[in-house]
Design a protein around this ligand. Structure first.
Ligand SMILES: [Zn+2]
Length: 369
C-alpha cells in the first residue's frame, strides 16, 4: 500500500537539509518547494510573514471526505550552515559539525513524497492542504503571523515531534512569560549607601521567594534571564528578570503567575522600591482524548501502514498549539527526528518513509470520514 520511492525521498531530504534555513531565512527552501510544485502544476499560496513567508498548498481532491491539513516548519535551529548529510544504509546524520535539520525537513520531504505518490497513482482523496510555516524555532512566529481562517481543514496533523513515527502528542502546555522591571534608588555605594534602595537585592529577595523549578507533574517555572546595575560604586537603581511559566493546566498557570506577581510587588514595596510586571501568553496548551475523531483517524491510518501508535505529552510548544487555539483540531505527530537541536541529530530512513506513508494513509482515511 502506498508505494513510495525511497531513493527519491532520500534525495529530496538531502537536498533540503543542504539548504541553510535559520528562522526568517527560509527563502531558499521556499524556492525549492515552489519549484517542486510548479513542475507539477500545483499552485502555491504565499503569505508574507515578517521577513519571510508561510506557504499553503491545496489539493482539491475528487471526493468529499474530511478536509485535512498537514503542517511542518521550514526553519531550523543553528548551526545549519554547510550541512553535509551522511547517508548510510539505515540512517542519515550530519558530519557532526552542524545539526542535520530533520527537524522539520523530514516532514517537508515526507509531504513532498506523499504529493508525488498522490499524483502518480491518481489517488482518490478529499480536500487536502499542506502548510509550510516559517520561524517556528524562535517562538512560533510563522504560524502566529498566519491567518488560519484561510485554512479549510477540520483536522490538522503537524509532524513536528521527535522520536520514531507513531507517537501521538495528546497534550502540550500553556506557556507564558513574565518580565519584571524593578526600580530601586541610586546612591553612592561608598559614601551614603543608606540613601539607596538596591534593585538587585529586591530581585534576589523575589527570586528566593517565588515558586521555581518543577512545581508539580504538569507545571514548571524558570527564571531564565537577569540583569541590572551599572557599577559597583552605585547602589543599583534597576534590575530585570524574565521568567517563564508552563502548565498543562491553565488554572494552575494563572495561579502561579498571580503568586509571582503578588510576591514581587510585596518584596519591592517592603524594600521601598517598585516593580513593573509585563505578562505575555506565548501560546495556549491543548489536550486531546484518545477517542477524539482526529486521534481515531490517526490510529486507523497507522494500522493501514503497520505503524504502532503510542501516546505522549509534550513539555514544549509547537505550531500545533497555535492551530488548536484557532479552533482547528490539531495534533502533533512524531516525524522520526532524533536528538534534535544537537549536532548528533539523526533520522532513520525507515522513519522518513513512514512520514510519507502515514501522510498518505491519513489522506486515504479522511476521504471516507
Ligand atoms: Zn520542529
Amino acid at each position: 500500500m502506498f508505494e513510495i520511492s525511497r531513493d527519491r525521498l532520500v534525495n529530496t531530504f538531502v537536498d533540503l537539509v543542504k539548504i541553510p534555513s535559520p528562522s526568517w531565512q527560509e527563502n531558499e527552501v521556499i524556492r525549492y518547494i515552489e519549484t517542486f510544485m510548479k513542475k507539477r502544476h500545483i499552485p502555491v499560496e504565499k503569505y508574507p510573514c515578517g521577513d519571510s513567508y508561510n506557504l499553503l498548498v491545496r489539493m482539491k481532491g475528487s471526493n468529499h471526505g474530511t478536509p485535512v491539513l498537514f503542517s511542518c516548519h521550514m526553519d531550523t535551529v543553528t548551526p545549519c550552515e554547510n550541512v553535509k548529510p551522511v547517508v548510510t544504509d539505515k540512517k542519515i546524520t550530519s558530519d557532526g559539525s552542524t545539526i542535520l535539520g530533520s527537524d522539520d525537513k523530514g516532514a517537508v520531504a515526507g509531504f513532498l513524497e506523499a504529493i508525488d505518490v498522490m499524483l502518480e497513482t491518481s489517488m482518490s482523496c478529499g480536500p487536502v492542504e499542506f502548510l509550510f510555516s516559517c520561524a517556528e524555532e524562535i517562538g512560533l512566529y510563522g504560524i502566529k503571523g498566519f491567518d488560519l481562517s484561510t485554512v479549510k481543514s477540520r483536522y490538522a496533523y503537524i509532524f513536528d515531534s521527535d522520536g520514531t513515527v507513531g507517537n501521538i502528542i495528546l497534550q502540550a502546555p500553556f506557556h507564558s512569560t513574565l518580565e519584571l522591571n524593578i526600580r530601586g534608588k541610586a546612591a553612592h555605594a561608598g559614601m551614603e549607601p543608606e540613601k539607596g534602595v538596591s534593585a538587585i537585592r529586591i530581585l534576589a529577595d523575589i527570586l528566593n521567594n517565588i515558586p521555581h523549578g518543577r512545581i508539580d507533574n504538569e507545571t514548571t517555572v524558570n527564571a531564565g534571564v537577569i540583569s541590572g546595575g551599572r557599577a559597583t560604586n552605585i547602589v543599583a537603581e534597576n534590575s530585570y528578570c524574565k521568567l517563564e511559566v508552563r502548565s498543562l493546566n491553565q488554572d494552575k498557570l494563572v495561579t502561579i503567575e498571580n503568586e509571582i506577581q503578588t510576591i514581587s510587588k510585596k518584596k519591592a514595596e517592603e524594600a521601598g522600591g517598585k516593580v513593573k510586571i509585563q505578562r505575555k501568553l506565548e501560546y495556549s496548551g491543548f489536550s486531546l482524548e484518545k477517542d477524539d475523531g482526529i486521534i481515531q483517524m490517526a490510529i486507523k491510518s497507522m494500522s493501514k501502514v503497520k505503524i504502532k501508535p503510542s501516546f505522549g505529552i509534550s513539555g514544549g510548544g509547537s505550531d500545533t498549539n497555535v492551530i488548536n487555539a484557532a479552533g482547528i483540531k490539531a495534533v502533533n505527530l512524531s516525524s522520526g527526528m532524533q536528538k534534535v537541536h544537537t549536532t548528533g541529530e539523526y533520522i532513520m530512513i525507515k522513519d522518513l518513509e513512514r512520514v510519507a506513508q502515514l501522510t498518505l494513509a491519513i489522506i486515504d482515511t479522511a476521504k471516507d470520514g
